[in-house]
Design a protein around this ligand. Structure first.
Ligand code: PLP
Length: 430
């Protein structure tokens, strides 16, 4: 497979050689690296991306699950072009920030006020600070396998072994106030918290990076009650699930309403964004006119609410608001789920398909994958081979990462994925 890849990607190989001189590991984000070297893209539209050697792939990575309407949707591109003729970044107030905040409030059940940032990581950082400021407490509970970006206090226990630091350079001080608890296990979560005073619990309604693992409804409901009991803030990280599982995100899908929600990805319509939203009395802590230092909780940044991103985001949310696109995507998700399950069953392959709405992941294992430990017990080598075989046949998953379906994926795209899966299973002699 590797020889085939190398023979098709000579220009990418050259670019990667060049990249390694100036970018650590030759990439801007290590999850984008794969062996022997990643291909370099020069065009993306709809469900397709094309590399510099002219190979076209059906993309299931979709810009880190951002492009729910496919790559470069014409309406968004047109709107952004018009906007940047008026100004790329004003750096002062403008109507679009009100309009997008109003749109978020309209769609997301927990949203009463909004602040925009430039990335999900920033949103997680500001939400943590806000929860601490609101409750006057420090400790944050996060879950094993949960990924909330690179902010120090939350950047731990992302993948097993959980005791190992995820990155060098994070101080003990930064981690001292973070309690790690097992996902989908309320009893053990309560035990780990014990009698400690907690400011917040942060949870992804569906663990993304850890393997597309849905929270069980009772678990989320239990966390909701626990936060009430402990006078703590429940934070949903909806950076992946927001505007994807339902127009109102995972909270609408599960019917469990958090106090604070962090958003990103789809919210920016294909441009960089993050967002913190939630209850008015909590969000108002970010208002220094109401809460003077030291009670005020800071949030801000040079490129916050830049008009290009906000134009794209507004166009995006307006497309998703009535739920038709999302219902259709969820239908496609079920089609892929059933198709893949049928292949594995027919061919007697030990594999489970985790699928929630339009997000899915194959795990080569027999056991149900309801936490990240089970995901890591699955055969990762087989998963890498599977994704590499798909890539060889023009279907792109970032190796070992979930797939995301967009409204630009056609029935034929989905059929091809199922067909190529069947071929892989057949050829690898399972
Ligand atoms: C659930 C979740 N939270 C937070 C983040 C961090 O967002 P960003 O990469 O925009 O900083 C991500 C990114 O993948 C994510 O998936």
């Amino acid at each position: 497979m590797e020889a085939n890849y190398v023979s098709k990607t000579a220009k990418s190989m050259q670019l990667h050689r060049r990249a390694k001189q100036v970018l650590p590991a030759g990439v801007s984000y290590f999850i984008r690296y794969f062996k022997p070297y990643p291909f370099y893209v020069d065009w993306a539209k709809g469900s397709k991306i094309r590399d510099v050697d002219g190979n076209v792939y059906t993309d299931y990575w979709m810009g880190h699950y951002t492009h729910i309407l496919g790559h470069s949707p014409s309406r968004i591109v047109k709107a952004v072009k018009e906007q940047i003729e008026h100004g790329t970044h004003y750096g002062v107030c403008h109507e679009l920030e009100i309009a997008l905040a109003e749109q978020v409030v309209k769609m997301v059940p927990s949203a009463e006020m909004v602040r925009f940032s430039n990335s999900g990581t920033e949103a997680a950082m500001y939400a943590t600070r806000l929860a601490r400021s609101y409750t006057g407490k420090n400790k944050i509970v996060k879950f094993e396998g949960g990924w909330h970006g690179g902010y120090d206090a939350l950047h731990l226990a992302v993948k097993p072994p959980f005791e190992l630091l995820e990155s060098n350079g994070i101080t003990d001080g930064a981690l001292r106030d973070t309690i790690v608890a097992p996902f989908n296990n309320l009893q053990e979560t309560k035990k780990r918290i014990n009698d400690k005073e907690i400011a917040a619990v942060i949870v992804e309604p569906v663990i993304g990076a850890g393997g597309c693992i849905p929270a069980e409804k009772e678990f989320l409901k239990g966390l909701r009650e626990l936060c009430h009991e402990k006078d703590a803030v429940l934070i949903f990280d909806e950076i992946i699930t927001g505007f994807r599982l339902a127009p109102g995100g995972g909270q609408q899908y599960y019917g469990v309403i958090p106090d604070i929600t962090i958003l990103g990805k789809i919210l920016g319509g294909g441009f960089p964004i993050g967002g913190v939203t939630g209850r008015r009395d909590i969000m108002e802590r970010m208002d220094p006119l109401l809460y003077e230092r030291p009670k005020f909780s800071f949030q801000g940044g040079t490129f916050t609410a830049n008009p290009a991103t906000l134009t794209a985001g507004l166009e995006m949310l307006r497309n998703l608001e009535d739920g038709r696109v999302i219902n259709n995507l969820n239908r496609h998700g079920r089609r892929v789920y059933r198709g893949l399950e049928a292949v594995f069953e027919r061919k007697k392959v030990d594999a489970v398909v985790n699928c929630v709405g339009s997000l899915f992941q194959v795990h080569f294992t027999r056991e149900k994958v309801r936490d990240v430990n089970a995901a890591y017990r699955a055969d990762k080598e087989k998963l890498a081979k599977y994704h590499s075989a798909l890539m060889d046949n023009s279907v792109f998953f970032l190796p070992a990462k979930n797939g995301a379906i967009s409204s630009a994926h056609s029935e034929e795209d989905l059929e091809k994925l199922i067909l190529e899966t069947e071929r892989f299973v057949g050829e690898s002699g399972y």
